[in-house]
Design a protein around this ligand. Sequence first.
Ligand SMILES: NC(=O)c1ccc[n+]([C@@H]2O[C@H](COP(=O)([O-])OP(=O)(O)OC[C@H]3O[C@@H](n4cnc5c(N)ncnc54)[C@H](O)[C@@H]3O)[C@@H](O)[C@H]2O)c1
Length: 270
Amino acid sequence: MGWLEGNVAVITGGGSGLGRALVERFIEEGAKVGVLERSAEKVKKLAADFGENVVTVEGDVSKYEDNASVVRETVRQFGRLDTFVGNAAIWDFSTKLVDIPEDRLDPLFDEMFHINVKGYLNGAKAAVKELALTGGSIVFTVSNAGFYPGGGGPLYTASKHAVVGLVKELAFEFAPKIRVNGVAPGAMATDLRGPGSIGLGETNVSSLPLADLIKQCTVLQELCEPADYTGHYVLLASKDNSRTATGAIINCDGGMGVRGLAETAGGNDL
Ligand SMILES: NC(=O)c1ccc[n+]([C@@H]2O[C@H](COP(=O)([O-])OP(=O)(O)OC[C@H]3O[C@@H](n4cnc5c(N)ncnc54)[C@H](O)[C@@H]3O)[C@@H](O)[C@H]2O)c1
C-alpha cells in the first residue's frame, strides 16, 4: 500500500524533469494526478504514458485561469484534491545584474516573477477551497537558490527566496485546515529553460557541466536524478506521516549548507 493511496494531486510543470518524476512517483504511491504544463508535446506524452491516472491541461502557470482549469478538471475527473504541488519554473542561467541590458531588466523581471512566484500564488489560490475540503496540503518546489547565493543570478535567487516567504505566509494564512511546505532540491540535469526575454528560452540547464559543479559545492558530491527528490514530496503530502509539518522546507541539495570553509568536505577514510 502506497503513502498516497486514494489521494489526488495537481502538479505544475509535470511534463519533464522533477515534475514528471513526481507524477510517476505519486501514481506509484496510489495517487491520481492532474498536471498543468505549457509544452503541448510533453502534455501529449504524459497522457500516453500515464493514461487514466492523469488528467492534463496545457496552459501557463502565470495565468490564473489555467490554474483554475487544472483544479476544475482534476476534481471533475477524480472527485477531490488533496495536494497541490507548485513546481513549474524557469532559471536565469546565473545572469548577473551588470550583464542584463537596461532595456531587458523590466521584461526579464516580469517573466521570471510571473512564472516562478505568481505561478505558485495562482495555483494556491485556485486550489485553496478544494484543499480545505479534504484537509489537504501544498508543496512548493524551492531550490538551493532559496537559501544561498550563486545558484542563479539575482532574479532567480530573489524569486526562490520569495517562494520561501510564500511557504511561511501561506502556512500561516491557511492553518489549521491546510498545511503548506516546501522542498529545496539541488541541481538536476533536466530541461529547465531560461527566460525568452533574454534569448534563453530554448537553452536548458543540462548544457552545463553540472556534475563537476556539484562535486565542488556539495558535501555529498553527487549529481542526483529528479526521482531522487520525490520521496520528500511524498512525505510532506502524506497526511499520515506529516500531520505536524507546516511552514517547513526540506533542504535536500546534497549539503550546501554544511559545506563549511574547508577546501574539500569529508576526506576522512570512512
Ligand atoms: N534543474 C535544476 O538544477 C534545479 C535545481 C533546483 C531547483 N529546481 C527547480 O525544480 C523545478 C522543476 O524544474 P526542472 O529542473 O524539473 O525543469 P524542467 O524544465 O524539466 O521542468 C519544468 C516544467 O515546467 C514547465 N513550465 C515552465 N514554465 C511553465 C509555465 N509558465 N507554465 C506551465 N508550465 C511551465 C516546463 O515546460 C517543464 O516541463 C523548478 O521549480 C526549478 O526551479 C531545479
